[in-house]
Design a protein around this ligand. Sequence first.
Ligand SMILES: C[S@@+](CC[C@H](N)C(=O)[O-])C[C@H]1O[C@@H](n2cnc3c(N)ncnc32)[C@H](O)[C@@H]1O
Length: 224
Amino acid sequence: MRLLRFLLYKISTMLFSQALYLTKSLTYKKDALKKLPLSADYIRDSTLELCAEQILSKKIVGNVAELGVYKGDFAKKINLIFMDKKLYLFDTFEGFATKDINIEKEKMFSDGSQNFSDTSIELVKNKMKYPENCIFKKGYFPETASDIFDKYCFVSIDTDLYEPIYQGLEFFYPKLECGGYIFIHDFNNSSYSGAKQAVIDFCTKYNIGYVPISDVGGTAIITK
Ligand SMILES: C[S@@+](CC[C@H](N)C(=O)[O-])C[C@H]1O[C@@H](n2cnc3c(N)ncnc32)[C@H](O)[C@@H]1O
């Protein structure tokens, strides 16, 4: 045991010299949260767990959603944790829309060249522990949301680009239950600088606060 601790100490010192960090896992997980698979972004996932724990222990009502699903790797964690809630999944499932890319280029936020078209509803559905809870809304957001009036306790917005992020905040924030959370991915990702601008524009307009966290994508969190 002492040797193992010594080795871990040595490894963590080496990583630290490269600005990489080892961290202990959360020690107070609820049973449902223990099932979360290992992740490439520990801080994003453990923050999801902590926020979910607050929502579930306070019995906050409302459904959950992700805008920007791609292959469903974050969505499957939302589905696993919120096992009793409807999960709305918004995506073109064909990658970025040309009109959003044009805004990106015009405002010099990004070149919008990443290709997210190699996915499908079927592929995402097969990853879900509770597929019966999933409602797929395929197509251009916000058009795909025009017939939905539900309230939400947790929303992940991860569309990378300014326009759908801003529209996502306009759509979801008024429907967010008190005690709920909205995660906006890429807030501190300089490759997608429109994400930060969308959060700043929305939060300035409505005088809303947000918290940046130190996950890989640089998520910001809004609560109510
Ligand atoms: C970075 S990926 C999502 C990654 C996913 N959340 C994860 O963590 O694995 C961004 C996704 O946003 C979607 N997207 C971007 N703009 C959109 C829009 N206006 N309407 C619908 N989907 C959009 C893209 O199709 C793409 O699948």
